[in-house]
Design a protein around this ligand. Sequence first.
Ligand code: S3P
Length: 429
Amino acid sequence: MSEYLISHTNFNFNGEIPIPPDKSISHRAVILSTFNKEMTKINNLLLSDDVKTTMYSVGSIGVMFAENNGKIFTRGTGIREYIQSPETIDCRNSGTTARLLIGLLSGQKFSTRLDGDESLKKRPMDRVKEPLEEIGAKIETNNGRMPVDIFPSVINGGTINLSTPSAQVKSAVILAALSGNSELKINIEKVTRDHTEIMLNYFTENIIIEQDSLTIIPDPKIINDQIEVPNDPSSAAFFIVGALINDNSDILLKNICINPTRIKFIDILKNMGANILMNNERNVSGELVADINVKSSDLKGIEVSESEIPLIIDEIPILSLAMSLAEGESNIYGATELRFKESDRINTIISELSKLGANISENNDNIKIVGKEVLTYGEVDSHDDHRIAMMLTIASTKCIKDVKILNSGCVKISFPQFYEIFEKYGRNS
Ligand code: S3P
């Protein structure tokens, strides 16, 4: 079991902090590049455990990878020429790999079995199976969980309405439709991150994007041979909050994806009083990108409504910490989707922050937090959830004595250098 001891000091965050490439966009760059029978060059791909899982998975259906000077080159097979994986594909801890692959492989001529680690085996897969079956896929789950068997089938066009507030479910349907027999119109009821749509539009001619719907045209026609991945706002969020809650902090985070479906947490922090500025906005492979400057700020409590949850889904752990140190009361309403993450994040946020003295409680999936000036100290557990481990590390900067994090190694899922960067940029005297 890994553990990380954070010895107490006066913390503040200063300088230009390197943030890793975006995890969601990296998964999609790998998956979409499989459509291209020629070489695709991917710049700034995140080489974390989750993205490597996607690379190994598509490797097992015939896709080739090479690395040169930090760039990844892929050679795909085209969506109709994948080969059957000789073994069960192990999606390990990665929900995104599992959900996107179920979609990608459901319109094939061969069967595939997908499995995962103990955490992934607890996460729901019927949310993907049901809409895919509506368009012709044949899928069996183990009582709604992994392992998942995908049988040969023909994906039909037509119209489908999606109501689950999940980008993974939407992406699975988009990927399945690309191997279908005719156009599929997807009516979107809840706004979630839209990287699949954006990259498909940049990389192929096979999507029409409208206000509340997408139309997917089968058989990807490739129009670009390079994809540039911007840096990850969800990883940046840990250092953004670290700088806000510690006096004498001033940080610059460069080349961060500021897609509106990902930076709602910045609006929320600004409404709490945060001093956050974005400069140098530009477009990278279809995604909006900027440099972000953050200075120490006095935060006050806030209310977050259920409709905002899909847009802050990965930042709720670190926002809960910001609220635990803000003046007054905060409430996050309708956070049910948090129960389906790498851990049940409603439970893990509350149990671990409470151990550090935060005033935080839950009622019917609503989280109530009353802010304090400092936290206590002691031993906490990430429950093998990378975002909980990183949130607790930032929490330790406001603790009055040392903090030990059990099961700390899971940061490699999305941010392999997290602890080194924390030590280097957080301990400025
Ligand atoms: C992701 C979507 C989100 C997010 C996950 C990555 C994606 O999940 O929590 O970390 O890359 O599509 P849901 O959209 O299923 O909530």
